[in-house]
Design a binder for this molecule. Structure first.
Ligand code: PLP
Length: 356
């Protein structure tokens, strides 16, 4: 039987997507060739790329004037591509620091210019989302991280600014309905909620590009990638294909609105047990809790081995917290079935009976 996969990333994908992907590796669409041995310029693959792009636009309800790219280098390369493409020479950027990933984005931006970290939750170990802050007015863009995969917090109200708004949505894209007109640039590594590792989704408002006065290396220039329809160089064909399959699956589930409702139910169920069970304590500030990554600790660390044994025996995978926070993290992305969450809750209750 398949394990209950709570891995934070790369993470769970729908079973039927994995089956279709496996078939395409041996015989893609009945053409007697593998998906990964045909030209990315073939009619078959160009269709995959176009389908993937159009599904992104449809599922997120993207407004006119936005383009979709599938690139490589992960969200980590976007940390650098963002300032390359949006930070003016001698300009300044504003960063909203809500965790490890934001901090890494800040580090990269600093290599190109001035960065103003206008809000940070570092003072409390990133267990909350700052609420009262002033965004400087003399900046080219604001950068934020919608869901903090490691700490389990999630932005509910995005910063309001006249500058451009950039968002790293790696771990919660396609999990909730959002008004994308508020964003100018969005990026997400595929491997958290969209597909396998190897491609990064980028959504960019066309009119914001080409305005920095900076000379940008080709591979880091969004305009170069846009002009070649994400095929400036060989795209990660397998990762794009599996992402396309996952987006098709999402559409069949009723799209983002339907999955958001299920995501809320799943998260509510698990947080209710974390709050009820005296052996656990949630890590994140309640109002800032993520619906994707549920972080919690034991109230009494001496029971650690007992709990670890129980969830391992129940066929649960990937519950260990990130090395920088410890404790536990249940990642419950779109493809996570509610049944697996019930198995975890059951283990938590069994644990309570056993130690009390
Ligand atoms: C995982 C993650 C990243 C890093 O993604 P890579 O694709 O490994 O570069 C960046 N931001 C967030 C929010 C993440 O969850």
């Amino acid at each position: 039987m398949k394990k209950h996969n709570f891995s934070a990333g790369p993470c769970i994908l729908p079973q039927e997507v994995l089956k279709k992907a496996a078939n395409a590796v041996t015989n893609f669409n009945g053409i007697d060739l593998s998906l990964i041995e045909i030209s990315h310029r073939s009619k078959e693959f160009v269709e995959v790329m176009e389908k993937a792009r159009s599904l992104v636009k449809e599922l997120l309800n993207l407004p006119e004037g936005y383009s979709v790219l599938f690139l490589q280098g992960g969200a980590s390369l976007e940390f650098l591509m963002t300032p390359y493409n949006l930070l003016k020479v001698n300009g300044k950027a504003g960063y909203f620091d809500t965790g490890t990933w934001s901090s890494k984005a800040i580090k990269e931006a600093k290599t190109l210019g001035e960065v103003d970290v206008f809000a940070s939750s570092k003072d409390k170990g990133y267990n909350y989302i700052p609420k009262n802050y002033n965004i400087p007015s003399d900046i080219d863009y604001v950068h934020c991280t919608s869901n903090n995969t490691i700490f389990g917090t999630q932005i509910k109200e995005f910063p309001k600014t006249d500058a451009l708004l950039v968002c790293d949505m790696s771990s919660d894209i396609f999990s909730r309905e959002l008004d994308f007109t508020q964003f100018d640039l969005v990026y997400a590594g595929a491997q958290k909620n969209m597909g396998p590792a190897g491609t990064t989704l980028v959504i960019v408002k066309d009119e914001i590009l080409g305005k920095t006065g900076r000379s940008i290396p080709s591979m880091l220039d969004y305009q170069v990638h846009l002009s070649k329809d994400s095929m400036f160089n060989t795209p990660p064909v397998f990762a794009v294909y599996v992402s396309m399959l996952t987006l098709e699956w999402l559409k069949e589930q009723g799209g983002v609105k339907a999955i958001e409702k299920i995501n809320q139910e799943k998260a509510a169920l698990l947080y209710a047990e974390v709050d009820r069970n005296p052996l656990f304590i949630g890590f994140a500030n309640k109002e800032d809790r993520s619906t994707m990554n549920v972080t919690f600790n034991l109230t009494n660390e001496t029971h650690k081995d007992t709990f670890d044994k129980l969830w391992n025996e129940a066929g649960i995978n990937g519950l260990k917290g990130h090395k920088s926070v410890g404790g536990y993290r249940a990642s419950i992305y779109n493809a996570m079935p509610i049944e697996s969450i019930k198995v975890l809750i059951n283990v938590m209750q069994q644990f309570e009976k056993q130690v009390s």
